[in-house]
Design a protein around this ligand. Structure first.
Ligand code: AKG
Length: 213
């Protein structure tokens, strides 16, 4: 389903079995040896999610990618598992785009989780100029996803993201503002035994663009 040029929604892209496996993997990751944490952004505000970056770490103070979490505990970002890179590639292909992700930002939203309107623009000039997409996968509780335009004040569309949905924004949609205004507790499929929501966004940084060129 094309939401706008370059923005594609794939409702229930993942079967319940794949959602289950991914939910287990996310749960283990956020409470693993390099656990998810609540980032504090440059202005001093605490984010309303627990975040774990795989592959490369997004530093919430500098807004740059790095190998270790220098804004928090100095631990190295855990590797991005091959099967997750392949999943992101597969979803991007469905949208007619190419993605060789080297980063996955895994966010956990509790009942009061949310994320302000922002652009994903830290992956680097090569990646952004090429319109390489961000691939987003949602697992668990339903989210009210906000999808705006290229300027913060542009009109905003509300999209419901349910468990198993995939959303891709690349090309002319790559820099559109987006965020999450709320999640709806207790809406995750029962089989997942999950309270809250995981969202995984896969990205390709300039490091990966240079490595593949
Ligand atoms: O949780 C979502 O659906 C969006 C996450 C997001 O905007 C981000 O990680 O940049």
């Amino acid at each position: 389903m094309e939401i706008a040029p370059g923005a594609h929604l794939f409702p229930r892209y993942l079967t319940i079995e794949r959602q289950h496996a991914l939910a287990d993997q996310c749960r283990a990751a956020i409470d693993g040896t390099v656990p998810a944490y609540v980032p504090i952004v440059r202005g001093g505000g605490r984010m309303h999610v627990r975040m774990l970056c795989l592959g490369r770490h997004w530093n919430a103070q500098t807004y740059r990618y790095e190998t270790a979490r220098s804004d928090f505990d100095g631990l190295p970002a855990p590797p991005l598992p091959l099967e997750l890179r392949e999943l992101a590639h597969e979803i991007a292909e469905h949208a007619g785009m190419n993605l060789d992700a080297d980063v996955c930002i895994l966010n956990y939203y509790a009942a009061d989780g949310k994320m302000g309107l922002h652009q994903d623009k830290d992956e680097g000039p090569l990646s952004l100029a090429a319109g390489i997409p961000v691939v987003s996968v949602s697992i668990g509780d339903t989210a009210r996803f906000l999808f705006g335009g290229l300027k913060r004040r542009d009109p905003i569309e509300t999209i419901t993201l349910e468990s198993g949905d995939a959303f891709v924004f690349g090309g002319p949609a790559r820099l559109r503002y987006h965020g999450v205004s709320r999640i709806t507790p207790d809406t995750a499929p029962r089989e997942l035994a999950l309270s809250g929501r995981f969202n995984l966004t896969f990205r390709q940084s300039d490091e990966a663009c240079r490595a593949s060129s």
